[in-house]
Design a protein around this ligand. Structure first.
Ligand SMILES: NC(=O)c1ccc[n+]([C@@H]2O[C@H](COP(=O)([O-])OP(=O)(O)OC[C@H]3O[C@@H](n4cnc5c(N)ncnc54)[C@H](OP(=O)(O)O)[C@@H]3O)[C@@H](O)[C@H]2O)c1
Length: 253
């Protein structure tokens, strides 16, 4: 039995494999952008806002770029939840290989910088800005923490979905900037049975509508078949390599 509050309808236009790639990452990306960072609650003077998405080509990054860039602004559920901005935000994604850079651009990123090089100087050079209003960290929070502290705008917000391996210093420049640091875990609502659990059902249905109206693409890049121990190991090795683009699905017995 599955709790209706944490599932949504399968998009009609997707195969089962394409659909299977979506819910976990979509829920995560949606919650980071709208529930944690509040990118939809930008003021009108903030039309030129920027979000840095660290790890843009992974599963969560691929849907986060698409949502941030354009799709969710057209979603009725988002506007019913809060006042939403008309225009998409400028998306700076990070990727380090030709194929992952290309993928981020296909997902809609305006700029792509390399997460293995200094982010602040690249962003200054490529985008021409000193600070980003929002930062979404999808990989190596420890490794990126210092540059996120420097890069986040005064009164800006950082959200991470990857727990740190060691304690990090949230004082100093973050305090001076009155910056927000917020975690996201897509299991929080179900783990603590929060009264707003049904939000996940609504957001998944909203994204199914966006997919069926061609505003969001499935992030599936590979299907392994059949579902057996060997293919599970193969899929895990790929994930552990840290070079995943989009999502893998396993299919058929
Ligand atoms: N909190 C939650 O609710 C939640 C939900 C889902 C996932 N997660 C976690 O979030 C993380 C991301 O998962 P995912 O499936 O979206 O992606 P993933 O498959 O873990 O990420 C693969 C991508 O990471 C990039 N990458 C590799 N090293 C990096 C670095 N040092 N800095 C930035 N990016 C780097 C790679 O880009 P290049 O190849 O271009 O270098 C690759 O495209 C995982 O740790 C996962 O467990 C958390």
């Amino acid at each position: 039995m599955v709790d209706e509050r944490i599932v949504g309808r399968k998009p009609k236009s997707l195969s089962f494999e394409e659909a299977a790639a979506m819910p976990l990452t979509t829920t995560t990306a949606w919650e980071t952008l709208y529930d944690r960072l509040g990118t939809n609650k930008r003021q009108h003077h903030q039309d030129e806002s920027h979000i840095l998405i660290i790890g843009g080509a992974g599963g969560v990054g691929s849907i986060a770029i698409q949502l941030a860039k354009n799709a969710a602004n057209q979603s009725s559920i988002l506007s019913s939840l809060s006042s939403s901005c008309d225009s998409g935000i400028n998306v700076i994604a990070t990727a380090s290989r030709t194929e992952s850079v290309e993928w981020c651009k296909r997902m809609g990123a305006d700029y792509v910088v390399n997460h293995h090089k200094d982010l602040k100087s690249q962003i200054k050079q490529v985008v021409g800005i000193d600070y980003t209003d929002y930062i979404l960290c999808l990989n190596d929070t420890d490794g990126h923490f210092e540059s996120m502290k420097q890069l986040v705008a005064p009164q800006g917000k950082i959200c991470s979905i990857v727990e740190t391996k060691a304690p990090v210093d949230i004082g100093g420049i973050l305090q001076q900037k009155s910056a927000t640091f917020v975690w996201e875990l897509m299991f929080t609502r179900s783990l603590f049975q929060t009264p707003d659990m049904i939000t996940q059902h609504h957001l998944l249905n909203a994204v199914a509508d966006l997919i069926d109206s061609n505003k969001i693409k499935s992030t599936l890049t590979e299907v392994l078949s059949p579902i057996n121990a060997e293919n599970l190991r193969k899929a895990h090795r790929k994930l552990e390599s840290g070079t995943m683009i989009g999502k893998i699905a396993l299919s058929g017995f």
